[in-house]
Design a binder for this molecule. Structure first.
Ligand SMILES: [Fe+2]
Length: 310
C-alpha cells in the first residue's frame, strides 16, 4: 500500500462527522446513538448533590454523563435561599470543580462573575428583558458575542422561584440539528453559512458599544462539537438575504413553537438548577398579578468551555 493511499484512507476515516452533509453514514450512525434512550434520559430525576460547592467524583461523573447524552444536567441541592452570597460562593466552587472557565465580561456580571437574574431598576439593566417579568423568546446565550468569545456552557440556579410562571423550556441544539437535517439538509447549509445571522451593534446606557456580530447559527468547534448561536427575536437582527435561509429560519421557529417530544419544560424549585452546554432555552413571563409579586432570583453563570467529559 502506498503512503498516499494510507494517508487518504486516514483522512477519510477522520472525516467521519455527524455534522458533515457529505457523510450520510456517519450522520446516521451518530443520529441513532443520539436518539437511543434520549427521552428516558431527559425524564430522569435531578442529580442530588450533597454539597454544591464540592460535587463528589460520582456526582461529577453523572453530571458529565447526562451532558454527554443530552447537553443538559438538572441537579438539586439543599436550598440556601436565605443566603444568596453563600450560593454564589458555592456556585463558584461548583464551576471550578467541573473545570469550567467563567466568562466574566458580561456587563451585568456581578460578584464572582455570577449574574443575578432578578427584577431590577438598576440603570445598566433597565429595559433588558432578563431583568424584567416579561417572557423571553428562544435563544442560546451570548448569541451577540464575537466568534472568539462564544459561550459554550452555562448554569442557571434557582434561589427563589416566581410566585407564578417563570418556567423554562429547553431544547438540545443537536436535536434541533437532527430535526432540520431530516427535513432538508439545505437548511443546515444555510444555517452554517458564516454570514447567516447578524446582530447590529448596540450602544449601552453607559456609552459602551457592543460591536456588530455576524456569524453562523450552527458551527463546529475545534473540539469537533456542534455549537449553536441563535435568537428567535425578530427586531435588531438580520438574516442573510437568501431564500433558503429564510425558509430554514421559519422552519426552526416552527419546531421551537411546536410540540416536539424532546423539548423539555422545567420549573425549578429553590436549590435546583441546570448545567448545560448552552442549549436553546426560553422563559415564560411571571408574576402578572401586582398583588402577588415574588422576589424571583436565579443565578446565571456563563462559560467559555463545555462541561468536561461531555
Ligand atoms: Fe439565556
Amino acid at each position: 500500500m502506498s503512503a498516499a493511499t494510507t494517508s487518504a484512507k486516514t483522512t477519510h476515516f477522520q472525516g467521519v462527522s455527524p455534522w458533515s452533509l457529505a457523510d450520510d453514514a456517519g450522520y446516521s450512525a451518530w443520529r441513532a446513538q443520539k436518539l437511543d434512550g434520549y427521552e428516558q434520559a431527559i425524564t430522569a430525576p435531578p442529580i442530588r448533590l450533597k454539597d454544591l460547592a464540592n460535587p463528589s467524583e460520582s456526582e461529577r461523573a453523572e453530571l458529565a454523563k447526562r451532558c454527554q447524552k443530552t447537553n443538559l444536567a438538572i441537579y438539586e441541592t439543599i436550598p440556601l435561599a436565605a443566603d444568596p452570597d453563600r450560593v454564589r460562593a458555592d456556585l463558584r466552587g461548583f464551576s471550578d470543580a467541573l473545570g469550567l472557565k467563567i466568562a466574566e465580561r458580561h456587563r451585568s456580571a456581578g460578584e464572582l462573575g455570577i449574574v443575578a437574574l432578578t427584577v431590577t431598576d438598576a440603570t445598566s439593566q433597565r429595559g433588558y428583558i432578563p431583568y424584567s417579568r416579561k417572557p423571553m423568546n428562544w435563544h442560546t446565550d451570548g448569541y451577540y458575542n464575537g466568534p472568539d468569545d462564544q459561550i459554550r456552557a452555562m448554569v442557571l440556579h434557582c434561589v427563589t422561584p416566581a410566585g407564578d410562571g417563570g418556567a423554562n423550556q429547553v431544547f438540545d441544539p443537536e436535536i434541533a440539528f437532527i430535526r432540520l437535517r431530516d427535513l432538508n439538509p439545505d437548511y443546515i447549509t444555510a444555517l452554517m453559512h458564516p454570514k447567516a445571522m447578524s446582530i447590529p451593534e448596540n450602544r449601552e446606557a453607559n456609552g459602551t458599544v457592543r460591536p456588530v456580530s455576524i456569524g453562523p447559527v450552527f458551527s463546529v468547534g475545534a473540539d469537533g462539537h456542534l455549537a449553536m448561536r441563535y435568537t428567535a427575536r425578530t427586531r435588531s437582527i438580520s438574516w442573510r438575504d437568501d431564500d433558503m435561509t429564510r425558509r430554514a429560519v421559519a422552519v426552526l421557529a416552527e419546531i421551537l413553537q411546536g410540540d416536539d417530544p424532546l423539548i423539555q419544560s422545567l420549573r425549578f424549585a429553590p436549590g435546583q438548577g441546570m448545567l448545560c452546554n448552552n442549549v436553546l432555552h426560553n422563559r415564560t413571563g411571571f408574576d402578572p398579578d401586582d398583588e402577588l409579586k415574588s422576589d424571583r432570583l436565579v443565578f446565571r453563570i456563563r462559560f467559555h468551555n463545555r462541561v468536561k467529559g461531555s
